[in-house]
Design a protein around this ligand. Structure first.
Ligand SMILES: Cc1cc2nc3c(=O)[nH]c(=O)nc-3n(C[C@H](O)[C@H](O)[C@H](O)COP(=O)(O)O)c2cc1C
Length: 218
């Protein structure tokens, strides 16, 4: 389904554009699951995911084995949180966020989590799912837009971009153990140190702890 011109305009205004835009996707965990289990002690999940915009259509490509995949097989709505906070990216990629980092919206009785500290968010509805053995493609449509901070414009900072790259390469390294990702991480590490903001350096400390788990392999 092609998006309306008004929705395309709003998406651009919010920072989601053609190609792949990286956002932090928040979705509701299964409310039926025992929330006292250590693995599921929060009602909500957040993870960086790319929104793909091609020929004026929007979709997600999800790889199996993640909480986001499991949640969006079931949930109708999710929010795309737009932020330039590196620490939020690093934590959402590798750890569970605290419950108090989320607030909630109520869409006709359905709870949709959003991130309190995102600059802006867009609420999407999942309109169609195509599941293969390798991926889940979900066609999505925007249904709500909200600005939460006074920040305007979009950041171009190589340090921030490098934090995003490190999160991606480290995710892939954890899955494949391919040493090529370590080389890429090293490259982006020095860029983040050279060009990054204070918050990007804080994200590096979080990522350093995660990398420490692989000391023997690096
Ligand atoms: C910038 C960035 C973009 C990502 N985009 C996707 C994506 O489009 N699809 C996907 O399945 N995983 C993507 N990932 C990987 C997931 O965020 C990662 O597997 C995460 O640990 C999943 O967390 P969850 O289990 O809480 O859902 C991306 C990671 C990063 C850092």
């Amino acid at each position: 389904m092609k998006e309306t011109a008004e929705n395309l305009r709003l998406m651009r205004e919010f920072g989601i554009d053609e190609g792949i835009s990286e956002i932090i996707l928040s979705s509701r965990n299964d409310p039926e699951k025992d929330q006292t289990e250590p693995e599921s002690n929060c009602l909500f999940n957040a993870a960086p995911i790319g929104i793909i915009w091609k020929n004026d259509k929007m979709f997600l490509r999800l790889f199996p084995g993640t909480q986001t995949y499991e949640n969006l097989m079931r949930e109708e709505y999710f929010s795309a949180n737009i932020t330039t906070d590196s620490v939020l990216y690093a934590n959402a990629t590798f750890y569970d966020l605290d419950a108090d980092e989320f607030s909630t919206l109520n869409f006709s009785g359905t709870i949709v989590p959003v991130l309190k500290n995102a600059d802006r968010y867009v609420v999407f509805r999942c309109v169609n799912r195509l599941q293969t053995s390798e991926t889940l493609i979900i066609d999505i449509e925007p249904i709500g837009f909200k600005v939460q901070t006074k920040k305007s414009g979009f950041l171009v900072n190589r340090g921030f971009s490098s934090i995003i790259e490190i999160c991606v390469h480290l995710t892939r390294y954890e899955q494949t153990k391919d040493p090529k990702y370590i080389e890429l991480i090293k490259h982006h590490w020095s860029l983040a140190q050279r060009c990054g903001r204070k918050r990007d350096k804080e994200a590096l400390s979080i990522l350093k702890k995660r990398l420490a788990g692989f000391e023997d392999e690096i």
